[in-house]
Design a protein around this ligand. Structure first.
Ligand code: HXC
Length: 532
């Protein structure tokens, strides 16, 4: 691999010393991976080789490989007679957008990228380097899992990796890119990292594959249906980003890193911002003309206010009723957590709660301010939700926001009712600045439900359905006039300001700038990003 800082030999070439020739031969052989036939098979599956992947991911010529000449010392099942270059993994450090990262890429052409002891030790070495030098670590996974021939050594190797994933959690960003099979306990290292990427057609993750599933439960399922991109991005929530191809995937990884700090000891990088901070967003006035029951995609609001209308969404296909992602405001990275009325009316359910809570905890671990956009009718009702644990899962959002000490700004766009009002970073959950648009409705519950409870006797006493409907309409209007506005909340001091929609971008950026050096003493410990 080209080294951009390599010393160029400008003199007339002369034959290399024997020791240098020996090194070159060993390097060339090791770089050949599992040999031409297996490399061809890898390509035939539409996959890049491990080295090509590293090249695509990193800035050109920046890769410094470590442990190229490592090989297994295991001998069982004929391993001593096999060539196992690099023990099936390419590892080292390099740069992304000019910033250092550590990286490892499993080489499927060498024993199916299976993980033996030496392979695990190589991965652990770059993980340690990443943690000690406070740089992100990126794993490119393409592996048949624990190397069967090495028995418990392989399992212990995985344990060492998991341990390091946890030790580095909330200290440095950890990213996993699934670029082939990822089976058995091997899925748990990605699950312990902050973000998981998959590529359509080539990435699969499962604890037990289709054959075992069939033997154990009788279910017949394909590789893709069980553990492909759709399954993990839309259903299980394991995967955060899906790419159409490997180059698209590496572009996305690079983009994600551009929003993140190198470690918890830094703030995210500030970028030059050509988008005027005071840019008015008059289109948002439409919000206040909307029928309160009409759905809309909250993305339109985010695109309006974000620098250059750019929003990098995280976990887009999962729990679409809640949107998470990164944008920049005035050149600074901000994490967005927003109810999305286009799905389930924007209500909080189990999956949305988990999605929000983990993202909030990531943002808090890495000093990224949170902008919460609330338009939420409540927690989603139903037996399935109650028995599925909406109480337990919903509590995670409360916990995540209450514990977060990064700058927190909330804007109530439209509805914010009941427990969900509190959960979406209300003032008394230690929101730094809480704003609302003039069309906001903040109350214990919506007018229709409230009237049914408050006036149940009066409604029951009506002599006809028409009388009941007329009374209900009058009472609902009275309730709405009192509570379906932001003004009661503003008079209680639970909103800092009711703002005109067109000013939203400027108000939020102004608040962020005020909060840029926010300190909450004694609260930096205990910020690991446990999978929720
Ligand atoms: C050793 C392995 C291997 C493994 C694959 N190979 N998996 N060698 N240990 N786990 C080797 C094959 O022998 C073959 O070697 C080469 O890799 C390519 O494999 P193929 O089967 O030819 O490729 P393909 O048809 O594409 O199938 C890929 C695969 C399949 C789906 C990954 O190989 C497979 O099912 N492997 C086993 C997966 C698995 O169950 N792993 C253990 C999970 S348990 P040659 O020499 O022919 O090229 C686990 C526990 C972790 O991982 C626990 C952590 C706590």
């Amino acid at each position: 691999m080209a080294d951009k800082d390599a010393v160029k030999d400008v003199k007339t070439p002369r034959p290399a010393a024997a020791s240098v020739q020996r090194l070159r031969k060993a390097v060339e052989k090791a770089r050949g991976g599992g040999g031409a036939a297996r490399v061809e098979a890898q390509k035939a599956r539409g996959k890049f080789t491990a080295r090509e992947r590293v090249q695509y991911l990193l800035d050109e010529g920046s890769f410094q490989e470590l442990d190229l000449l490592v090989s297994t010392r295991a001998t069982a099942f004929g391993l001593q007679d096999r060539e196992i270059p690099g023990d099936g993994v390419v590892a080292g450090f390099g740069q992304v957008n000019g910033r250092e990262v550590c990286v490892y890429a499993q080489d499927f052409t060498v024993l199916g990228g299976s993980l033996g002891l030496a392979h695990a030790q190589k991965i652990c070495k770059v993980m340690d380097l990443a943690r000690d030098n406070r740089v992100p670590v990126i794993g490119l996974l393409d592996s048949g899992g624990a190397r069967i021939q090495e028995g418990v050594d392989s399992l212990d190797g995985y344990a060492e990796i998991f341990l390091r994933n946890v030790q580095a959690s909330g200290v440095i960003p950890q990213i996993s890119v699934i670029l082939g099979p990822c089976a058995g306990g091997a899925v748990y290292s990605p699950a312990l990292t902050d973000f998981v990427f998959m590529v359509e057609g080539i990435s699969h993750m499962f604890v037990t594959g289709p054959d075992v599933v069939k033997a154990a439960t009788g279910e017949e399922v394909s590789f893709d249906a069980l553990g492909g991109c759709e399954a993990h991005s839309a259903k299980s929530g394991v995967c955060h980003f899906v790419a159409k191809s490997e180059p698209d995937c590496f572009r996305q990884v690079r983009e994600l890193l551009s929003y993140l700090p190198q470690s918890r000891e830094e703030k995210p990088p500030r970028v030059a911002n050509p988008d005027p901070v005071r840019r008015a967003v008059p289109l948002l006035e439409k919000m206040c003309d909307l029928d309160p029951r009409k759905p809309y995609r909250v993305h339109h609001v985010i695109w309006q206010i974000a620098d250059e209308h750019k929003f990098f969404e995280v976990q887009a296909p999962y729990a679409k009723n809640l949107v998470t992602g990164f944008c920049r405001l005035g050149g600074e990275t901000v994490g967005i957590v927003a109810n999305n009325p286009a799905h389930l009316a924007g209500a909080l359910d189990i999956n949305a709660s988990d999605k929000a809570a983990r993202f909030i905890r990531f943002l808090n671990a890495f000093n990224i301010p949170i902008l919460t956009l609330a338009d939420v009718p409540g927690y989603w009702p139903g037996v399935q939700q109650e028995h599925g644990g909406i109480i337990r899962h919903g509590a995670k959002i409360l916990h995540a926001y209450a514990e977060a000490t990064v700058p927190k700004i909330t804007v109530v766009l439209r509805k914010a009712y009941g427990g969900a009002y509190i959960a979406m970073s209300s003032k008394h959950m230690r929101g730094d600045f809480n704003f609302a648009l003039p069309c906001a409705e903040i109350a214990v519950m919506g007018p229709a439900g409230a009237v049914e409870i408050l006036y149940s006797r009066d409604l029951a006493a009506c002599r006809s359905e028409a009388e009941r409907a007329a009374l209900k309409t009058r009472l609902t209007a009275e309730y709405a006039a009192k509570f379906a506005s932001p003004y009661q909340t503003a008079s209680a001091g639970s909103l800092d300001e009711v703002i005109e929609p067109a000013q939203l971008r400027h108000k939020v950026i102004r608040a962020l700038r005020f909060l840029k050096d926010k300190r909450t003493p004694g609260t930096h410990e205990n910020r690991g990003n446990i999978p929720l």
